[in-house]
Design a protein around this ligand. Structure first.
Ligand SMILES: Cc1ncc(COP(=O)(O)O)c(C=O)c1O
Length: 392
């Protein structure tokens, strides 16, 4: 009888986060059953990829753009990203510093896999994007988690990060604008961390996938804030900004000292991204000014609506997110914890939200709401939340 044996990495991945997704999984099942569930527990934009991008991809497919692509990515797309990154950073950026990946998740995995060993320490801030956990487990490194300052809108605490660094720290991973907090990290904080980490031979990796979805406060890229880019790597992508989650398109901008290593890794594991998707991505980035303005406006409208409703419901509190499509709702005054609130909300009024425990200890009494519905649906969701809280 064959006894299947799996690698330690695969075993580490065996889910112990089923509890976190229980409410969501159940909500999806009810939804599939035709029940009137409002799903606010995932971050997949409700807005469709716009037609011109789809048409571009289709044309590209018919043009025969269906073959292997270079490991670094298609030159036209990398050139466009280099232009965007030059503007975002205020520093000349060339295509040689840009590598394309099939989504930011794969980009982050590849970067961390290239920088960390299982005996390395990775320093992150909390609340932490839940999708990193699988990557961390695969790598098997030690995770050191540093709380943010919730009262200050989830601002990072640079002193606490500096104090948490040890000789084993190899990478500080930041996420700005942040998921789930919606916090935009201040340029001064990024600059201080970039300088500190460089002096200690530590990489600063910054996930900036919400960079285009900011509201009042502008996004500051780690590459803009840092004086020296030797140790700074940023990740971005099209999933959120262009409602292109299913296209799987992300990129890394890294100093030239890291490019050969990253290229070796992605060549060995991905072997190039789809040509037609990269064509459509270059087209999207060339022609997105109006679209991005509209999408920002839409998320801002939703955020303002949600925050307005929350402030009128006794017992609920939240900070105004600076960016992105999420809102962290503090339920500490009315529920035992985020998990029980999420459970009750689904059971009683068919709204699903994600318990804050998935993002770390600090947000046990929060739930994350995804603003991936138009205001009419959000209105109905908040009516239901109000009904549940008032016990009517
Ligand atoms: C902070 C953050 N990074 C990365 C990702 C994943 O992006 P992609 O779809 O490009 O893999 C997400 C998706 O939710 C995210 O919120």
């Amino acid at each position: 009888m064959f006894e299947p044996r799996f690698s330690r990495a695969a075993q580490r991945l065996e889910a112990d986060d089923a509890d976190l997704w229980q409410v969501h999984t159940e909500a999806m099942a009810r939804h599939a059953n035709g029940e009137d569930v409002i799903v606010m527990s995932v971050g997949d934009p409700d807005l469709p990829t716009i037609d011109p991008i789809i048409e571009n991809a289709v044309t590209s497919l018919y043009r025969g753009r269906t073959h292997y692509s270079p490991g670094m990515g298609e030159p036209a797309l990398r050139k466009k990203i280099a232009e965007i990154e030059t503007e975002a950073s205020g520093k000349p950026t060339t295509s040689d510093e840009v590598i394309i990946f099939p989504g930011a998740t794969n980009a982050i995995y590849s970067v961390l896999r290239c920088l960390l060993d299982s005996d390395s320490e990775l320093l992150i801030t909390e609340p932490t994007y839940v999708g990193y956990q699988g990557i961390f487990k695969t790598i098997g490194c030690t995770i050191v988690s540093v709380p943010t300052i919730i009262e200050d809108g989830f601002a990072i605490d640079v002193d606490a990060i500096v104090a948490a660094v040890t000789p084993a720290t190899r990478v500080v991973l930041l996420n700005t604008p942040g998921n789930p907090s919606g916090n935009v990290i201040a340029g001064d904080d990024l600059a201080r961390l970039a300088e500190f980490t460089r002096a200690r031979d530590i990489w600063l990796v910054c996930d900036e996938v919400y960079s285009m979805l900011t509201f009042e406060k502008p996004h500051v890229s780690a590459r803009r804030a840092a004086d020296n880019l030797d140790n700074v790597i940023i990740v971005d992508g099209l999933s959120k900004s262009h409602s292109m989650t299913g296209w799987r398109l992300g990129w890394v901008v890294a100093p030239e000292n890291a490019i050969p290593t990253l290229l070796n890794f992605t060549s060995a594991t991905v072997f190039g991204c789809s040509q037609f998707i990269q064509d459509a991505a270059a087209f999207a980035l060339e022609n997105d000014a109006e679209y991005i303005a509209a999408i920002r406006q839409e998320y801002r409208k939703r955020r303002d609506y949600a925050v307005g409703r929350i402030s009128s419901i006794n017992g609920l509190q939240c900070h105004l997110p600076d960016a992105g499509m999420f809102l962290m709702l503090d339920v500490s005054n009315i529920a035992q914890d985020g998990e029980s609130f999420a459970r009750q909300l689904l059971d009683e009024v068919n709204v699903s939200v994600l318990p804050g425990s998935g993002f770390g200890e600090q947000t046990l009494h929060h739930v994350r709401l995804s603003l991936t519905h138009d205001v009419e649906v959000l209105a109905s969701a908040f009516d239901r939340i109000e009904t549940m809280i008032s016990g009517d």
